[in-house]
Design a protein around this ligand. Sequence first.
Ligand SMILES: NC(=O)c1ccc[n+]([C@@H]2O[C@H](COP(=O)([O-])OP(=O)(O)OC[C@H]3O[C@@H](n4cnc5c(N)ncnc54)[C@H](O)[C@@H]3O)[C@@H](O)[C@H]2O)c1
Length: 328
Amino acid sequence: MSGLPSVTGVVAIDSRPEVSEAMEVEFPGVVGRPSLVTALDEVDAVVVATPPETHFDVAAEAIAAGKHVLVEKPMTTNSLDGRRLVEMADRAELTLAAGHTFAHNAAVRTLADMVERGALGPIHYLDSARLNLGVYRRDVNVLWDLAAHDISITNLILHDVPDVVSAWGSRHTDRYSEDVASLRMQYLRGRVEATVRASWLDPVKVRRTTVVGAKKMAVYDDVATDERIKIYDRSRKVAGLGPRGRGHSLSYRHGSTVAPHIDFPEPLRLQAEDFLESCRTGRRPVADGLAGLAVVAVLEASDQSIRENGAPVRIDHRVVELISNLAA
Ligand SMILES: NC(=O)c1ccc[n+]([C@@H]2O[C@H](COP(=O)([O-])OP(=O)(O)OC[C@H]3O[C@@H](n4cnc5c(N)ncnc54)[C@H](O)[C@@H]3O)[C@@H](O)[C@H]2O)c1
């Protein structure tokens, strides 16, 4: 933030004084404060990057004091709090943005654009994997921590929110939270399914999104140093009846693979610029409070589904209504 021309000053607020003091040393010009209340007179907007369980209280305090707010993902730890933040910001005519970094990622936006133009054909399914030997968080499980990104990416690519969610998870390291989990999301309007695998317990770092269409397939590999997106001109279709008139035979098309060049501006910088522009003009941020709420609602449903051994859970209808009313 401090490097952006429209920002005249940055206050680093952390309840641990050693953290804000370290930031004062590392970033000359930054002023440290021990709590939001002691900094309210000095700021117009607040970025909430505290542990998820504190997001609601800190963001609500900032909005109540008339500040624009960007809240890191996951925006809140339940959809009731998410709805309350959206409504508070709406009533106060303040910007509420969700820290969905991938909404500002050029590769994800390229995929979303291709899907919207129909370049891959009707979409069959999406699949994502976000795995590594990760940093364990105590307050949320691996889906809330890692799959939050994949849910926001999938919603953005499909321009939709899922209706039904199923999830499975296991606890290998402690009894507090799932460290390996899978999620299945059904987008009933587009009849598309998306699956996500997330793990803090995998030897290989994987950050991959695959979009399979009827005409072409695309893979976004965020770990690749170049050629992050590859488009495979491959498909299969039913060619006719199978042997002796039973079943069906398939024909496969193996065309070329292209890796389009993509300029890749720093997503965090784009996110900060987008937030500041929304604060200044009142326009909606790229990932607004509703986008944050949509991700929280899926994660909340995933908790219920994990407790019920993967049973399908419908997204809270109040969230879906709010999203469709406010987004209209
Ligand atoms: N978008 C992304 O790619 C991305 C990446 C990493 C983390 N995050 C998110 O950022 C947030 C922070 O993650 P982290 O790994 O830095 O967490 P962290 O626990 O390492 O640091 C959080 C800091 O917040 C401080 N804090 C806690 N409660 C506070 C309060 N009420 N007021 C002021 N300070 C308070 C703590 O002292 C700590 O220094 C999380 O929500 C996480 O999900 C997002």
